[in-house]
Design a protein around this ligand. Structure first.
Ligand code: NCD
Ligand code: ZN
Length: 363
């Protein structure tokens, strides 16, 4: 029986690290497990320019330095935040050139206006207002990351991805002349089919642990569970199965993106709960347990460590991460100073445990 499993250190292609005190609390979890992470720009004051992305990157790196000086992370730990810019109808197309020149901006992120947390300043009419910018992205070979849901309130919340594919993705796929330019968060069976539909299209998808473990029934099981409320929202069981098959198949178009989105407990357990699941604290334990549950641990490294960099033509990481087969309980609550976070699957038993190099003396 396998009781230990070592893979190339993974990357997280979709994470929310937040800012200020929350950043200082959550960044450690990501840095321990991942060598690189695509940092989403939907801060309360969104990251809308290259200059803001550079400044946000500095804050992230400073926060990591602080952890190193407190001995909470190995001094030699390498982590690269891949910065993103929040696209707006008014973003000048030259911003793409500035972003490219900076050497630290990885991509632009499309949030359809009011589709998710802090997206009210997002895009109203992508094809009408951003066509020149899209062309520039393709010219410089910079990816467009997509929150793949319409925000049209007339569309049922469970159908928003399907409608977005019909209204936007089909056109984006047609106008993409360059390789590797679009990465979407697709979390339905239709999304999986759309990616698989054309092997040569520049479209791939990240998949979160929550969408692999839960379906929409779980949101309502035994009462309303705000900690399973995330966007895109959990879908039907058949969608979960399609995602599970896609993620564990090893197919190069699907890779790891936790969409870890911390909110303080007081904002989740609230009359108007905000969307987002926090999974960064045990992301690799979750993914390993999921892959093992369907007998596909052999494909975990492809999903977590190879498919992402291969899609973006980036080098694969050199460091390693070891996972141990050992029952471990997800803490009921994570607390640091004034911040309380309820992690995904709180109180549940996981079959696998990741061990960051620095935690090695635990064993
Ligand atoms: C994210 C957040 O809170 O920033 N929430 C979420 O449910 N995933 C935003 C997002 O990625 O949609
Ligand atoms: Zn997200």
């Amino acid at each position: 029986m396998i009781d230990k499993f070592t893979i190339t250190k993974p990357d997280d292609w979709h994470v929310h690290l937040r800012d200020s005190q929350m950043l200082d609390v959550v960044v450690l979890d990501t840095v321990k497990q991942f060598a690189r992470a695509v940092v989403m720009p939907n801060l309360q004051i969104p990251v809308i320019t290259t200059e803001m992305a550079i400044a946000y990157r500095e804050r992230i790196l400073n926060s990591i330095e602080k952890l190193k000086s407190e001995n909470r992370i190995e001094v030699g730990n390498i982590f690269e935040p891949l910065m993103t810019i929040y696209l707006q109808d008014s973003t000048p197309s030259e911003e793409v050139l500035r972003a490219k020149k900076s050497g630290v901006v990885f991509a632009f992120k499309l949030y359809p206006a009011s589709s998710t947390t802090n997206s009210q300043h997002g895009v109203v009419d992508l094809l009408g207002n951003c066509s020149e910018l899209l062309e520039n992205l393709q010219k410089v070979g910079m990816p467009l990351l997509v929150h793949s849901e319409v925000s049209d309130r007339r569309v049922d919340i469970f159908d928003r991805e399907r409608v977005f594919i019909d209204r936007v993705m089909v056109i984006l796929r047609k106008i993409s002349k360059f390789k590797n330019s679009i990465l979407s968060i697709f979390l339905t069976k239709e999304g999986v089919d759309f990616v698989l539909d054309d092997d040569n299209s520049p479209i791939a998808a990240t998949i979160t642990p929550q969408h692999l473990i839960y379906n929409r029934n779980d949101i309502f099981f035994g009462g309303l569970n705000p900690h399973l409320y995330c966007l895109p929202i959990l879908k039907k069981e058949e969608d979960r199965i399609a995602l599970l098959n896609a993620a564990t198949s090893g197919n190069k178009k699907f890779f790891l993106g936790t969409d870890s989105a911390p909110h303080d407990k007081s904002f989740k357990e609230n009359a108007c709960s905000c969307a987002g699941c926090y999974n960064a604290s045990h992301a690799m334990s979750l993914y390993a347990s999921i892959f093992d549950s369907v007998g596909r641990l052999d494909n975990l490294e492809l999903f977590a460590s190879f498919n992402g960099p291969d899609f973006y033509n980036l080098p694969r990481n050199k460091e390693l991460l070891t996972l141990y087969k050992e029952d471990n309980i997800v803490p009921n609550e994570l607390t640091s100073n004034d911040i309380k976070i309820i992690p995904l699957s709180a109180g549940k038993i996981l079959k696998w445990l990741y061990v960051a190099v620095f935690d090695f003396n635990l064993f």
